[in-house]
Ligand binder design. Structure first.
Ligand code: ZN
Length: 255
């Protein structure tokens, strides 16, 4: 089966003790590709190291909105340098806006951090991985102002209407194990309106663990539960869904 986990955080501290063992478990489970996602300069550097050590892992470099407060020009320069010089960096991400936590960076700071990295992606002709949490209005406005078309909205939690707007903008939309939860009605409605060629699957591990493993640490081998649920929603076979989302991921990340 062709499985592509398009969003994982193997550099997360919860993998510190057994990262190599987890990567071996993922490989043995039959996952074809993993996209390892940076969330600040240090984590992007680790992401490159992990990708360089494993054929089937690629990576993205970027500064997450949670780290926007301390981001300065030399950090953006470093992200650009990684994206320019490291062949396994296939996207800028994850970047975006997060209004969920009060202790996140001030709004203007988050927006400036996103804009700076959208400019890097444009200059280097790389796709972007967008994080949007309770910030739909500002996120869509910035993406439209910057005329971004080559992006994925990751861990999508919005409505079917928002999904349709993103599809019109040219975006890919990616879903996590959240779609396996009992209260996932909204995500299911969104998946129904998104064309198959715009869908991707991800774990966002170690977070967002799908049923039946909810509550435990997530890893890329569980991406198959996301695929199973998405195939059921779309009314196609698991093999077909895996093949389509695998090809979508390869095309989007230029692998
Ligand atoms: Zn993430």
């Amino acid at each position: 089966m062709k499985l592509f986990d398009t969003h994982a955080h193997l550099d997360d501290s919860s993998f510190d003790a057994d990262c190599e063992a987890v990567i071996e478990k993922i490989r043995l489970s039959g996952v074809s590709y993993v996209m390892e996602i940076g969330s600040d300069v240090k984590s992007s550097e680790t992401a490159v190291k992990i990708a360089n050590a494993h054929d089937f892992i690629y990576c993205a470099a970027g500064i997450h909105p949670e780290s926007a407060d301390t981001a300065v020009q030399k950090d953006f320069d470093r992200i650009r340098e990684l994206a320019l010089n490291e062949p396994k960096v296939k996207a800028i991400g994850e970047i975006g806006i997060d209004y969920h936590y009060d202790d996140c960076a001030p709004r203007e700071k988050q927006i400036a951090c996103l804009e700076a990295q959208l400019d890097i992606a444009r200059e280097l002709d790389l796709p972007v991985i967008i994080h949007d949490r309770e910030s739909k209005g500002d996120t869509l406005r910035v993406l439209k102002e910057k005329n971004v078309t080559n992006g994925v909205m990751h861990c999508f939690s919005g409505s079917a209407e928002t999904a349709e707007i993103l599809v019109k903008m040219g975006f890919m939309i990616s879903f996590t194990g959240v779609i396996t939860f009992k209260n996932a009605r909204r995500a299911i409605e969104a998946i129904k309106v998104i064309p198959l060629e715009r869908l991707m699957i991800e774990t966002d591990s170690p977070y967002m663990t799908p049923e039946p493993h909810r509550g435990k640490r997530n890893d890329s081998s569980y991406v198959r539960y996301v695929a199973e649920k998405m195939a059921e929603i779309k009314g196609i076979s698991l093999e077909e869904l895996c093949e389509i989302t695998y090809n979508n991921g390869k095309r989007f990340f230029n692998i």
